[in-house]
Design a protein. Sequence first.
Length: 402
Amino acid sequence: MISNILMMSGVKSLKDVDLTGKRVLIRVDFNVPMDGHFNISDDSRIRAALPTINYCIDHKVCSISLVSHLGQPKKGYEERYSLRHVQKRLERLLDKKVEFIDNIETLKSENSHCSVERIFLLENIRFYEGEKKNDPQFCKQLAELCDVYINDAFGTSHRKDASTYGIADYVPIKVAGFLMMKEIEAFTKALEKPIRPIALVVGGSKISSKITLLSSVMPKIDKLIIGGAMSNTFLKALGYDMQGSLVEDDFVEIAKEVLKEASSKGVKVYLPVDVVSTDSIEAPVDVRVTPVQDILEGFHAVDIGPATLKLFSEAIELSNTIIWNGPMGIYEISQFSKGTFKLASIIAESYAFSIVGGGDTADAVEKAGEKEKFSFISTGGGASLELLEGKILPGFEKLDRK
Ligand code: ADP
Ligand code: 3PG
Ligand code: MG
């Protein structure tokens, strides 16, 4: 695992190349949590990209094109996923004008004029079909926007998308940004000689993209604690009727395999024994704690219950390294946030080395007021799980080596 991490830390960073007069494209991860009115609830991911952006400004680049995704749009433009909602906050944090550009053609014609320092923010790259498909034509189109490609989107570096991966085949100079380097250094320190027992805590709602990683991290961990919507799929695999809860039925079989793999590797799995359930997520009238076998007809499991918290906290207190990704419930709604916030406090108060990763999980830890007590907060959720798995992240794979 460490050899792969060292390989990633051997890539060139923006410090190793001459940026003067160049058009740089920075792939950032501005996939920030927002409320229903598009207010950003945690801007850590934007702040984390500032050192790279400021370094480019200080080194007199011709132009900076910022490229990011927001959420997981499936059918082109959708207002709720527009990066327009990020522009103002970015301007405030940078203390510079940022020009919002809603399509690639306009960006191409605008970003070649170097007379003034210009910073562009392109609309959500996932509104283009070619992005998730890593379509070669689309990669070329993106590559034409720049002379230097800087990948600083650590949170998305586990994706083989056009702007995180394929583009690098068509740009002469491709390097890592400061955030990518910082994250790799932090994980190298944490994973070099981890003190066992190691507990991995997973939750959240991105079940399909994370559940498949769990079998391969098994040799690296001692305990697997599962909450949030992720645990619903596991509980269903164990035969419980999860009623209206968020379950990914296509992954129930995989959940069974993960449980088998855990038992064959001697990893102890902790699943909820009780949940907070509700008749409605948007307009709850009846919210109650029930054992997992007694969820009422049509109810949704939206948080872990008190008995589960006790069970999880005992497992955590006896661990020396804790890696956490994925909230324990719908923490954005205060009635369903207790499990996540209390778990944040339990991990924060433990004596273990604690890493938390993921846009929403980091937001929850901040909201719980426990941020300072964690050993390391990563901007990557799925990316940090893939690192733990020991893989070379695609976002590093094609970058220039020192
Ligand atoms: P991260 O951003 O930290 O990687 P994810 O994106 O995988 O985490 O998941 C975060 C989302 O999971 C939150 O929006 C939260 O509301 C949701 N979630 C957690 N538990 C549940 C649940 N039981 N039912 C529905 N959604 C859930
Ligand atoms: C995240 O929030 O985990 C990253 O921004 C990656 O997003 P994705 O899971 O939609 O690729
Ligand atoms: Mg998320």
